[in-house]
Design a protein around this ligand. Structure first.
Ligand SMILES: [Zn+2]
Length: 772
């Protein structure tokens, strides 16, 4: 839609005449954001629609030789997904040359002898801006307009330095659908008590807030556009990731991050992120901005939200305090509270100035986000050479002696046998790794690991390759450190989950080679993503219902929706209204209750859909009758607890009332033993049975004649396979998955999320078989 020649843009710039000496070319009249939107960006109670944002970028693309806009594809709901390249017109005219320089700096194997310094002399500092992935963080889809306007228009020294030294790839929203899901609801509720609230539906069709947990699994098209069209060709030096946080502590978070640091991240990027963050804090403080917190809340653990930290780029997350979407709020100073790591009423090294309190507006959010981004651009421009030198050094380390950093030994390779229990899972794993720029090879001779021999032709991932550390992070088991708030105190809550081991999640066997790497051929071609199928795909006689509460759609319901759609399993979404009328056996054979859809709790993942509701007495009466009449009920994670109580099932959650000091598993992969002759375990194939455990229940059966443990934690030993687990002995011998007879039907209780973020492919068969 915006395809145009960069060269014609450059010619247009050259055609302008009558330049004062030393100035940039005068430009044709540039449209302002306000001239397109009809209001100033950041005006109270005015959110732009996605069409208005696209209209602005279309107009500025035509008018400014410094801006070139491209459409990368259609979003999940069919909107254009766009990126704006911003730089000097001469750079944009020669963009492919700069991409080649970037490529060579990234991969030393592509450099000619003695070429390095020339590449560093000529290269640009490439910055990717990903804004508004979270659609209720609404400053994120206005700030890009302000930044683009300033860069397109400015003739001052700062702007010239930025344009001359950087290439900015600006994604004005990483989730365009959500701009309208949130914006339409906001506009429809202006002047009502719901003004400023989140909409009841997820702001992304499937994944809501978890769209920022998709950066290694690549399940959603929006993730794929940014990875395929921006990360893979460019591997930018810096990513500016624009977010918002709660309202009542700091005005903005800027890195350094808090601990822990995932050990596969190159230390150069940790140091670069720290240095850049402090540079931004300094520049913003010069300009009078206050309430800036660092080393707080957000950690540097998971590739799920920080792809760039495994691909040569510092990730500068900013989190600005929210208003109520575009509606102002008032926060008196004495109501300001603590962030995790600082106290907003007290200065400290990581919170150098307090914000005095008072009115906080949409315009303030845009002002803070714009200032932070501008300071980032300035640092990138001023320190271009240091950024490119560090970037090139990372390439050397990735291909140098192992371990590439630190003292812990690295495997030389990971062997992935071609004979696997689940070929779809194998193909998905190869596709997933290759999609993250991992080179996959084939061995040219048999390889023996731990007494087991893998034939020539097995897949091999060498850890000595440009993104070997990324591959290692995804293929190994995580050892999350035992961190506590204070000695003897409660565990320090991670920002998100603690494990991301693909072989365990997918149910694929791998072997880590510790000695010399196996002999291999060249990297193989990219494998196509498999077509996902199950016995329920396409035509099935089973009538399936997926439950979500009408008040708020939990993220886990969205993920369940995604898994069912991906496997082409047809279903009907229902709410409590569909159940309150009585037993729906005439409509459905099975009803699925994702995490957080029944009772309280669950739905972890933050804004964009917490669960709850849907647990009234008439609902349980209907479910009781439904199962008694032969229906199947599936309950994931926290919803299991509500069904145990609501249907008086002969099962107990042994973790009920157990505090974090005694048991803690905030998102980890645990070992289970599977009762393979249970009908619910039919189709389960993983050699190492593993489940995704996150604040879940664990079961004890009180009447074995009525209930069967389909999956159980080992009777002895630590069940942790990857991530973090405290008090694991509480799980010994307890059930993770229980099939409870209920009249002529049954209730299947999952003490875990069997479809976790579209990743725990190994446990999908436990869903399909419970329905079949
Ligand atoms: Zn966010």
């Amino acid at each position: 839609m915006f395809v145009r020649s960069f060269r014609s843009a450059a010619l247009a710039a050259l055609a302008t005449v009558a330049l004062p000496a030393g100035s940039l070319p005068a430009q044709r009249a540039l449209p302002t954001p306000a001239s397109i939107l009809g209001f100033e960006p950041g005006a109270d109670r005015h959110l732009p629609s996605w069409k208005q944002i696209v209209d602005y970028f279309t107009a500025i693309d035509r008018a400014s030789p410094r801006v070139s806009v491209r459409t990368l594809g259609k979003t999940t709901l069919g909107r254009p997904f766009i990126v704006a390249f911003i730089s000097d017109s001469s750079t944009l005219a020669d963009l492919d040359r700069y991409r080649q320089i970037q490529r060579k700096l990234m991969d030393p194997r592509l450099q000619a002898a003695g070429e390095r310094q020339k590449l560093i002399d000529e290269g640009k500092n490439v910055i990717l801006v990903t804004s508004a992935i979270h659609s209720n963080e609404s400053g994120g889809f206005t700030t890009p307009l302000v930044l683009t306007d300033r860069l397109a228009r400015a003739q001052d020294r700062e702007a010239r330095d930025i344009l001359a030294n950087t290439i900015i790839m600006l994604v004005p929203s990483q989730n365009p659908d959500g701009v309208d899901i949130v914006g339409d609801y906001y506009r429809s509720t202006l002047g009502t008590p719901a003004e400023g609230r989140d909409p009841p539906d997820l702001y992304h069709k499937y994944v809501g807030h978890d769209d920022n947990r998709d950066w290694y699994a690549f399940t959603q098209p929006e993730t794929r556009y940014t990875v395929d069209s921006l990360y893979t060709p460019w591997d930018p030096q810096i990513v500016n990731d624009i977010h918002q946080q709660g309202s009542n502590a700091g005005r903005i978070f800027i890195p350094p991050y808090m601990d822990p640091i995932e050990p596969n991240i190159d230390p150069i990027l940790t140091a670069a992120t720290n240095g850049l963050g402090m540079s931004i804090v300094w520049r913003m403080t010069n300009l009078g901005f206050t309430g800036i917190g660092s080393n707080a809340s957000y950690d540097q653990w998971s590739p799920a939200r920080q792809y760039s930290l495994y691909h040569r780029g510092a990730r500068l997350l900013t989190e600005t305090a929210s208003a109520r979407l575009a509606t102002p709020i008032d926060i008196p100073f004495d109501q300001l509270g603590a962030g995790r790591g600082y106290e907003a009423k007290t200065v400290s090294w990581n919170f150098p100035s307090v914000w005095p309190g008072g009115k906080w507006t949409y315009g303030d959010i845009v002002r803070y986000q714009t200032a932070a981004s501008w300071a980032l651009f300035l640092d990138a421009a001023m320190n271009r050479r240091a950024w490119l030198e560090g970037y090139a050094t990372q390439g050397d380390r990735a291909l140098g002696a192992l371990p590439a950093w630190g003292r812990d030994a690295w495997p030389s390779a990971i062997v992935i046998p071609k004979a696997q229990p689940d070929t779809q899972a194998l193909r998905r794993m190869i596709w997933t790794l290759q999609h993250g720029q991992v080179e996959i090879r084939e061995s040219t001779a048999p390889t023996t690991v731990d007494g087991k021999t893998y034939p020539a032709g097995s897949y091999v991932v060498l850890t000595k390759q440009p993104f070997g550390a990324y591959a290692k992070a995804l293929l190994e088991r995580q050892a999350y450190p035992d961190l506590f708030d204070y000695p003897g105190g409660p565990p320090k809550r991670p920002y998100d989950v603690t494990a991301h081991t693909l072989p365990l999640l997918f149910g694929v066997d791998v072997a880590h080679v510790t000695g010399a790497a196996p002999a291999t051929g060249p990297a193989i071609k990219e494998m196509a993503e498999p077509t996902y199928t199950t016995a329920l795909s396409g035509k099935t006689t089973k009538r399936i219902a997926l439950f979500r509460p009408s008040a708020s759609e939990p993220i886990d319901a969205g993920w369940t929706h995604w898994v069912l759609d991906t496997y082409k399993v047809s279903f009907t979404t229902i709410t409590e209204k569909d159940l309150a009328g009585g037993a729906p056996n005439d409509r459905f054979d099975a009803i699925i209750f994702p995490d957080g859809t029944l009772g309280g709790g669950g739905g972890r993942g933050g804004r964009g859909g917490r669960g709850g509701g849907g647990g009234a007495a008439d609902v349980f009466a209907a479910l009781d009758a439904f199962a008694n009449n032969g229906g199947s009920i599936l309950a994931f994670n926290s919803s299991s607890n509500a069904l145990i109580d609501g249907l008086k099932l002969p099962v107990k959650n042994v973790l009920a009332g157990v505090g974090n000091n005694d048991f803690y598993a905030p998102g980890s992969i645990l070992a289970v033993e599977i009762k393979r002759d249970s009908p619910v375990a039919r189709g389960f194939t993983a050699t190492v049975p593993a489940i995704w455990f996150e604040n879940g229940p664990a079961f004890e059966i009180s009447d074995p004649s009525m209930a069967t443990a389909v999956a159980s934690y080992p009777a002895t030993g630590n069940p942790l396979l990857s991530g973090w687990l405290l008090g694991g002995s509480k799980l010994n011998g307890k059930a993770a998955l229980v099939d409870v007879k209920h009249g002529r039907g049954h209730v299947v209780l999952y003490g875990f999320r069997p479809q976790y973020r579209g990743q725990s492919m190994a446990t999908y068969p436990l869903i399909w078989s419970a329905i079949q």
